[in-house]
Ligand binder design. Structure first.
Ligand SMILES: [Zn+2]
Length: 492
């Protein structure tokens, strides 16, 4: 049990109104007990923190990331999503538990330093899910103190099967051995869930990576396993045009409709990207209670297209925000993802009054992210909620002059303006440092391990380079192919 604490002198900014006001916070047992008038908690028996000159916001939640890609930062120059997937073999190559844990720890610390208190991480492991490796990542998040939902990201079909145009160009992937069977994947996921270690703030979930990369048996099996254990299911939905076209061709209807047919569309489901979805898909997602995570930085980086976040909100679909992995994020910067979410909603012919508002965007990044993770008691600063929040320096340039703090948080604040982060009442980031961690030592060890890792995967990476070259013309054709929705600008 965390001791009672009072934070006094700060300016509180929280949803749903997002109107700044001077207020003091009383925290007990890891939760917010009171948000009170300045000075009114002076007589309370508690440890006190003077946060004068700080903006106190609910912690941002990165609802879609991949810590296993941390060693691949900088590897991509002009990859599309399919190029990234063709490189997935080496990015997800087997590695030591130490490297897996360090990648999660460093991903977590980078997110925390940008104001994050929570994340949803999907980990790919070439050759099939390895429960012990996933548990190592869970330990990394627990050491950093970031509240996390963690899922092994699994498949039992190859990209070459899922997008036949790639298979036609490249042949079968040359991994040297067949992928895991459906039964093997389900057994490993069951072991992952059943043996999940008891760690503060870290919990398991399940992730059929992309519906087209899964047999119906796998998707249904994971849905059942999730229901049995009360877990979230997270998948990539219609992220690219080739993916959406291949899905429609295979299923005879949209990928969203296929998820409904398989019984996994529902309030347990989190879908990332959801770019190439039509109005009916969006309506079905909204009606099911699913949560959509927009991942704007990655979508720009991979040229995937622009998600119609306004249509999602108009349909009543719950929206969250994510960064994606280091190969396409590229920095784990939650504030950057929030700003891009707002700005990308403006690249349309709709009137300006239909752009995402400041309040809608900040809500998506906080309470929406909590919903994507299945957390009902985070995402706002209110009595009874978990004490998950970030402090920002109101003396920073971003807030000078103080004109409209919610707007300035969205448009001008940067990770460097975050001074402290509290998760469950514990300062995991204090005065821009990590009081419980030696991050410099972790980074040095990470660099050493990554060097070994890169040398070992070099042949697989070279083969991925060869395959991306072979697939380029076919993929370029698919980008121009007719589609029921338009999510790329049709410049000629
Ligand atoms: Zn992803």
């Amino acid at each position: 049990m965390t001791e009672r604490q009072v934070l006094h002198g700060g300016t509180v900014l929280t949803g749903p109104q997002w109107r700044p006001r001077p207020a003091d916070l009383l925290i007990a047992g890891g939760r917010i007990e009171a948000v009170a008038a300045p000075g009114s908690l002076a007589g309370v028996d508690a440890a006190t923190h003077d946060v004068t000159g700080r903006l106190v916001i609910p912690g941002l939640i990165n609802a879609h990331t991949h810590s296993h890609t941390a060693p691949a930062r900088g590897a991509a120059r002009a990859w599309t999503l399919e190029d990234s997937l063709l490189n997935g073999g080496w990015m997800a190559a087997p590695r030591s538990e130490e490297l897996t844990e360090l990648a999660a720890l460093l991903t977590a610390t980078e997110l925390i330093a940008s104001g994050c208190t929570g994340a949803f991480d999907l980990i790919a492991q070439a050759g099939g899910p390895d429960p012990a490796g996933c548990h190592a990542a869970a330990r990394g998040y627990a050491r950093a103190g970031l509240r996390t939902v963690l899922a092994p990201m699994v498949a039992d079909r190859t990209l070459h099967e899922a997008v036949p145009a790639i298979g036609a160009c490249c042949g079968a992937p040359s991994t040297g051995k067949p992928g895991p069977s459906t039964a093997d994947v389900l057994a490993a996921c069951t072991a992952y869930v059943r043996n999940f270690p008891a760690l503060q703030g870290v919990m398991p979930a399940l992730a059929p990576t992309i519906p087209g990369h899964c047999t119906p048996e796998l998707t249904v099996g994971l849905g059942r396993l999730a229901a049995e254990h009360g877990l979230r299911v997270h998948t990539h939905l219609a992220e690219s045009k080739p993916q959406a076209l291949a899905g429609a061709s295979r299923f005879g209807h949209s990928i969203t409709r296929e998820l409904a047919r398989l019984g996994v569309l529902g309030d347990r489901l989190t879908v990332a990207h959801a770019i190439w979805v039509d109005d009916e898909d969006i309506r079905m997602l909204a009606a099911s209670g699913a949560v959509a995570v927009t991942v704007p930085g990655s979508n720009l980086r991979l040229g995937s297209g622009i998600a119609d976040t306004r249509a999602m909100l108009a349909a009543g679909l719950r929206l969250a925000v994510g960064t994606d992995g280091a190969n396409s994020a590229d920095a784990f910067d939650a504030l950057d993802a929030v700003r891009l979410t707002a700005l990308l909603s403006r690249v349309s012919e709709r009137p300006a009054r239909q752009w995402l508002t400041v309040e809608e965007t900040l809500d998506a990044a906080t309470a929406g992210g909590a919903a994507a993770c299945g957390w009902t008691d985070t995402g706002r600063l209110a009595p009874g909620r978990r004490a998950d929040f970030a402090l920002l320096d109101l003396g920073a340039r971003a807030f000078r002059p103080p004109t409209d703090l919610a707007n300035q948080l969205l448009t001008a604040a940067r990770a460097a303006d975050v001074t402290d982060v509290v998760v469950g009442g514990r300062f995991v980031y204090r005065d821009r440092g990590f009081p419980h961690l030696d991050v410099a030592a972790a980074l040095n060890r990470f660099d050493t391990l990554v060097e070994e890792f890169r040398a070992r995967v070099a042949p697989v990476r070279a083969d991925a380079d060869r395959q991306t070259a072979l697939a380029a013309t076919a993929l370029a054709g698919l980008r121009r192919a007719p589609s029921p929705v338009r999510r790329l600008i049709g410049w000629r």
